[in-house]
Design a protein around this ligand. Structure first.
Ligand SMILES: Nc1ncnc2c1ncn2[C@@H]1O[C@H](COP(=O)(O)OP(=O)(O)O)[C@@H](O)[C@H]1O
Ligand SMILES: [Mg+2]
Length: 239
């Protein structure tokens, strides 16, 4: 496996709260890897450690992206390194229009014609965004904002896309649509690390999975195997 992201012995503590307790996690080029676990397990903390966007905390361990240590990387360098994250709660620029949000995703690019083509492509995938192109992003529904956030992140042409609970708070139809897009983006060759509480849908979409509980990785493996594992079924699939 050609590794794009390798985390070794990652520990993060917020004061006395040990949020991540020494985890190892690896993502291969072209893989869709999912990190599942209940609220408070330490999933968001792990993603923020990768993007260098953690609040004050103590951090130990190694995070290597494309073979280079990320410990001191500033978030603005992430885009140049072709790493993009859609944070929990989406983080669209609510006072900008949909089109402006998409352009922000491409701010490090200068290929104007290709940017316009990309915007058209996303408008085809998400016609709702096209209809509302000049509307403020804050007026969109939660599902539409999630679509915009994903499209914006992909405008930077990332090699690795980090998604933090994209299905949270969405209607079942929107959840289906979002997962359809995630599968599609993966098929196009983009490597994805998907953090989710919806274990079933994410394991169905993923190549491999990790289960996180109270700051530790308690299980990992092939996603299909995990879907049929009695422990996963009982604790995360409600079966
Ligand atoms: N900024 C913070 N300050 C203090 N504790 C935090 C902070 N962010 C998260 N935590 C705590 O760290 C633990 C892991 O949180 P988080 O990474 O957000 O989990 P998850 O994304 O899996 O729900 C939780 O106990 C949470 O309360
Ligand atoms: Mg979280």
């Amino acid at each position: 496996m050609d590794t794009i992201l390798k985390i070794q012995g990652l520990k993060v503590a917020y004061g006395g709260i040990k949020a991540v307790k020494g985890i190892d996690l690896e993502v291969g080029k072209g893989e869709l890897v999912t990190l599942i676990g209940a609220n408070g397990a330490g999933k968001t903390t792990t993603l923020k450690a990768i993007t260098g966007t953690l609040p004050p905390c103590s951090l130990e361990g190694i995070i290597a992206y494309k073979g280079e240590s990320l410990k001191t990387t500033k978030s603005f360098e992430m885009v140049q390194r072709k790493l993009a994250m859609v944070p929990e709660g989406r983080g669209v620029f609510t006072r900008m229009t949909i089109e402006e949000n998409l352009l922000m995703g491409a701010y490090t690019r200068n290929d104007k014609a290709a940017i316009a083509q990309d915007i058209e492509k996303w408008f085809t995938v998400f016609p709702r965004l096209k209809e509302r192109a000049s509307q403020l992003a804050g007026t969109l529904s939660g599902g539409e904002q999630q679509m915009l956030a994903m499209a914006r992140a992909l405008m930077s042409h990332p090699e690795l896309l980090l998604l933090d609970e994209p299905s949270m708070g969405l209607s079942p139809i929107m959840v289906e649509k979002i997962f359809e897009v995630i599968r599609d983006v993966h098929k196009q060759g983009i490597t994805i690390l998907l953090v989710e509480q919806n274990a079933k849908l994410s394991l169905q979409a993923a190549d491999r999975g990790y289960v996180m509980d109270s700051g530790a990785i308690i299980m990992s493996g092939n996603a299909d195997d995990m879907l049929h594992d009695p422990r996963v079924k009982a604790a995360y699939l409600g079966e």
